[in-house]
Design a protein around this ligand. Structure first.
Ligand SMILES: *[C@@H]1O[C@H](CO)[C@@H](O)[C@H](O)[C@H]1NC(C)=O
Length: 345
């Protein structure tokens, strides 16, 4: 009787551990828990700028330094030669971005959550030894729509070409303990047990804000401030909801990161996965247009078109705390809160 009960329990555990509907496409060697507990992202129902193929950004850009085309860089640019490009370069859209070219809209996930024919994420694993592992889930979008102050289109700013966002899940002996959600210049940290999860009870949900792609742990409205600009609460909001489900694992590159030597290594067939691009420290989008550019609007020091971001290497891949160190307090939250009810931190 006891034995059959144990058997039944084991069977039940095996059945419930089976990966529900979600497929996996990771190469050999990626720790199983990095996949099992990977975030699932809800893109907003009104999203116009979906996750985008990382290589496509290069194909649609010309590198520029101080707005002048770089003539001595690798050509054509690829994820295998990007790091030969001067790190002071800005990948600059070949098209005028104000015409909303198709490529900046990215790829809407299909009904399995996959961005077809587009590698839109990079998973980077930092094994710190002694059972301490940090897994970064880096999300790439070709374009960031910055939002409207007080919902007024004349006060629309903070757009930029190229957008890298991320989650970091901290593991201890193969179990997730903490999760970081990137949001604008900072983000939020939570204890793993408190965040919302997929029906498998394992994979955390992440809500990507409409346009800005800031990552939140909850659907709803989230106030955020603009650095160096004091606006009343609610003036600039991020909106998240259960729009489109995106499973970043279905179209991702997978790497390990060695902090001692600052080196990346692809999992699986090394020849099949580009690595060189991870070392590049330049910018993934256009430089902020000067005021003399007719596309630009500057109001109270804020630009309608801001400069593009740096890539994964610049996200502090070897953290002491789950938050990046940026002079701000790292608050590890034990309960879910929308950004708006918190004190600005
Ligand atoms: C979502 O973003 C689009 C621009 O990409 C904007 O036109 C729309 O008003 C936004 N909607 C919400 C609810 O934030």
């Amino acid at each position: 009787m006891f034995r059959s009960l144990v058997f039944a329990a084991a069977l039940l555990a095996a059945v419930s551990a089976a990966p529900a509907k979600l497929r996996r496409q990771a190469p050999a060697g990626v720790p199983d828990y990095v996949l099992k507990y990977a975030p699932l992202v809800y893109l907003h129902s009104k999203e116009q700028y979906f996750p985008s193929d990382i290589q496509a950004q290069l194909s649609n850009s010309i590198p520029r330094v101080q707005f002048n085309p770089v003539t001595n860089g690798p050509n054509p640019l690829s994820l295998n030669n990007l790091n030969s490009l001067d790190s002071g370069s800005w990948l600059t859209s070949k098209d005028d971005i104000t015409n909303n070219p198709t490529w900046i809209k990215g790829v809407k996930p299909d009904n399995t959550g996959k961005t077809n024919n587009a590698v839109t994420a990079a998973v980077i694993v930092n094994d710190k030894g002694n059972g301490n592992v940090d897994a970064f889930y880096m999300y790439f979008y070709a374009y960031n729509w910055g939002g409207e102050v007080l919902g007024w289109s004349a006060l629309q700013f903070g757009n930029h070409v190229g957008d890298w966002e991320h989650n970091l899940i901290r593991f201890r002996n193969g179990l997730p303990t903490e999760i970081w959600y990137s949001q604008h210049a900072n983000g939020q940290a939570f204890k793993y047990p408190v965040v919302q999860k997929h029906t498998d009870g394992l994979r955390p949900y992440v809500y990507s804000a409409n346009g800005s792609h800031a990552n939140y742990a909850m659907p709803g409205k989230h106030d955020h401030t603009i650095p160096n600009f004091n606006l009343p609460g609610g003036a600039l909001e991020d909106h998240t909801d259960k729009g489109y489900l995106w499973d970043p694992l279905l179209s991702a590159y997978y790497y390990s990161f060695d902090a001692g030597s600052t080196s990346f290594k692809a999992y699986g067939d090394e020849g099949a996965t580009p690595v060189d691009w991870l070392y590049w420290r330049g910018r993934w989008g256009d430089q902020e247009y000067p005021k003399s550019d007719k596309r630009q609007v500057k109001l109270f020091g804020q630009a309608r078109y801001a400069g593009g971001p740096t890539g994964p290497i610049d996200k502090q891949l070897n953290r002491e705390k789950v938050c990046p160190s940026n002079g701000k307090q790292c608050i590890l939250r034990s309960f879910l809160v929308p950004k708006s009810v918190e004190m600005e931190d």
